[in-house]
Structure formats: structure tokens, C-alpha cells
Write a protein that binds this ligand. Structure first.
Ligand SMILES: *[C@@H]1O[C@H](CO)[C@@H](O)[C@H](O)[C@H]1NC(C)=O
Length: 241
């Protein structure tokens, strides 16, 4: 089964000179942030976030657990847990208007990604995708999706994936989303209408466009952007974009 998938993939690649998979989802300015959320970003320290963090329309009260240091400009703050800046709608101009645009761009990206039609794969594995090999394409599930054992995303550096998930997305403790063949996290989009949860010690790859919450439990890691229309909760987690 697995070797058949590999064979089909490589034959497809050999016969193709163009990138495989759906047109890229344009994140616009939402792509400037490692974590962007409307109602809050919390951390149970120590988390390690590489990239900027932002909340809007909630104020800086929505950034919890970061022990923020407000910059003298008032436009952003810093935290020992963030290699980058933290922004909130309550900070000084131009931060509020910049964030309003970023939040709108996040919504536009969600609408784009969730609206793509003619999936290449529908309800694959009935949502249980552990141990599968996911070649480039548009995937749609009318259910939740669970990674109960390691799953591999296989493709080249210009190939793309969109995973449309109507329910939640969960990665079980210690399980991993693995990239192979040169696949890049920035070319992978998980557009999830339910809650996203990455359990203890688990690992996720790809941009997450979440309609609701995104939670990374103790020791979870993500090579991702976490873009939530509600809140992002981190517990001693590592997020790198
Ligand atoms: C996915 O489906 C689209 C639309 O039917 C098709 O054009 C494309 O070749 C398929 N992509 C792959 C990688 O199979």
C-alpha cells in the first residue's frame, strides 16, 4: 500500500515539470506572524516562539503568561519566550490598524482555503490519517481528523497541500507530522473549522487556519504559523515558522 503510493507519487513527479497541488493560499499580512489570534494567546512558560505574536481586537490583556516588557515606542512588547515582537490592539499607532488588516487577511485566507472545491481526496481514512503518506493535493474531511500515529507529507519544495477539516484536528501525544521529499511547511495549510489540539510531545507541520482554538500541550512543537479566529493556548510549547 505504502510502496504503491510512493510509486504513484514518483511517477507523477517524473511526468510533471510543474508544482503539484492546489494554488497557494495567500496569507497576505497574516503571514507576518507566527501566532495571530482574535481573543488571546496564552503560554504556560517556558514556551519558545520564533516569529511575531499578535492579538486583535483584544487588548494586550489577551497576551497572558509572557511577562511582557512594553517597548518605549508603545508599539510592541517583548518576552523572553518570543524571538520576535508581541503586538496587541491596545498598543500605540500604527499597531492597531496594522493588526486590523492582518486579522481581515486571516479571515480572507480562511475563506479562500475552506472554499476550494473538487478535492483530490475526500474523507481519507475516515479522518484517521496516522501512518498514511499524503501526496500533494486538496484534501477534504467532513469529520474530525486525528493523527494517531506518525503521518508523512511527501512532496517537493514547490508542491502544495490544503487539508480542509470540518471537525477538529488532533495530534496524539508523541505522534508526529513528518515532511519528506523536500516538502515545506509553508506550502501546507490546515484549514480547520473545529478545535486544533497538539498533545504532549507531539509535532505539527504546516500553517494552521483555525476557526476556533489552537492548543499545544506540554512539550508539543510546531513548525507552523498558528492563525486562530479565537485563541491560541501554549503549554511549554515550541512554535517556529
Ligand atoms: C487534484 O484535482 C484537480 C482538480 O480536479 C486536478 O486538476 C489536479 O491534477 C489534482 N491534483 C493531483 C495532485 O492529483
Amino acid at each position: 500500500m505504502l510502496s504503491t503510493q510512493f510509486t504513484v507519487y514518483f511517477l507523477t513527479v517524473l511526468g510533471s515539470v510543474v508544482a503539484l497541488g492546489p494554488a497557494a493560499v495567500n496569507l497576505r499580512t497574516a503571514g507576518n506572524y507566527a501566532i495571530l489570534a482574535k481573543t488571546g494567546v496564552s503560554t504556560v512558560p517556558p514556551s519558545v516562539i520564533t516569529g511575531s505574536v499578535a492579538v486583535s481586537p483584544i487588548s494586550a490583556n489577551g497576551l497572558t503568561g509572557f511577562s511582557l516588557t512594553l517597548d518605549s515606542t508603545g508599539q510592541f512588547s517583548t518576552s523572553t519566550q518570543v524571538v520576535g515582537k508581541l503586538f496587541a490592539a491596545s498598543y500605540s499607532t500604527p499597531t492597531p490598524s496594522t493588526l486590523t488588516v492582518a486579522i481581515a487577511d486571516m479571515g480572507t485566507a480562511f475563506t479562500d482555503a475552506t472554499g476550494r472545491v473538487n478535492p483530490n481526496f475526500t474523507n481519507l481514512g475516515s479522518g484517521a490519517i496516522g501512518s498514511l503518506i499524503l501526496t500533494p493535493g486538496l484534501y477534504k474531511w467532513a469529520s474530525a481528523v486525528g493523527v494517531g500515529s506518525d503521518v508523512t507529507i511527501l512532496g517537493g519544495a514547490t508542491d502544495t497541500w490544503i487539508f480542509q477539516v470540518s471537525g477538529g484536528l488532533s495530534v496524539a501525544a508523541g505522534k508526529r507530522v513528518i515532511l519528506a521529499g523536500g516538502a515545506l511547511a509553508s506550502n501546507i495549510v490546515w484549514v480547520v473549522s473545529g478545535a486544533v489540539s497538539v498533545a504532549a510531545g507531539a509535532h505539527l507541520e504546516g500553517v494552521v487556519l483555525g476557526k476556533t482554538s489552537i492548543t499545544l500541550i506540554t512539550g508539543a512543537t510546531a513548525n507552523s504559523r498558528l492563525l486562530s479566529q479565537t485563541a491560541v493556548a501554549l503549554q511549554k510549547a515550541t512554535v517556529t515558522n
